[in-house]
Design a protein around this ligand. Structure first.
Ligand code: ADP
Ligand code: MG
Length: 142
């Protein structure tokens, strides 16, 4: 295992539910450190560009509409095996299939409003962190 960084987004549904702190607490108690964070109301252009890999998928338009429906909380997380660990904490994309105790099982309502985003691999993590946080805005502090 190695120290990694990953990008996490608390989506508009979870921000509206007032559970940013509860989700941050899960990161912190599981060895993931918040090394950058900001609240943003994404434009359609930003959300569309961020999710460009899904452009051809049938849910792309709804995904962009949802991600621009309210503010999101965006953070870079750092820790041992951070990418897989964050995905474990998140649970399955469809909250109905997410394991008990995961963020999506506890806070998400549907596959659209599924509370959180997390990078799915080292390459996407690097691109996604760079997309939202220029280098000088990341504070590892180790
Ligand atoms: P994840 O967020 O778990 O990495 P994906 O990268 O496959 O999932 O999809 C990105 C986002 O698009 C999901 O979090 C979800 O909000 C939405 N999405 C994925 N699949 C569907 C689907 N079949 N119907 C509606 N929305 C979907
Ligand atoms: Mg994904």
């Amino acid at each position: 295992m190695a120290i990694e960084r990953t990008l996490s987004i608390i989506k508009p549904d979870a921000v509206a539910k007032n559970v940013i702190g509860k989700i941050y607490s899960r990161f912190e108690t599981n060895g993931l450190k918040i090394i950058a964070s900001k609240m943003v109301w994404l434009s359609a252009q930003e959300a569309g560009e961020f999710y460009a890999v899904h452009k051809e998928r049938p849910f792309y338009k709804d995904l962009v509409a949802f991600m621009t429906s309210g503010p999101v909380m965006i953070q870079a997380l750092e820790g041992e095996d951070a990418i897989a660990k964050n995905r474990d904490l998140m649970g399955a994309t469809d909250p109905k299939k997410a394991e008990a105790g995961t963020i999506r099982a506890d806070f998400a309502t549907s596959i659209d409003a599924n509370a959180v985003h997390g990078s799915d691999g080292p390459d996407t993590a690097k691109v996604e962190i760079g997309f939202f946080f220029p280098g000088m805005n990341v504070y590892s502090g180790r």
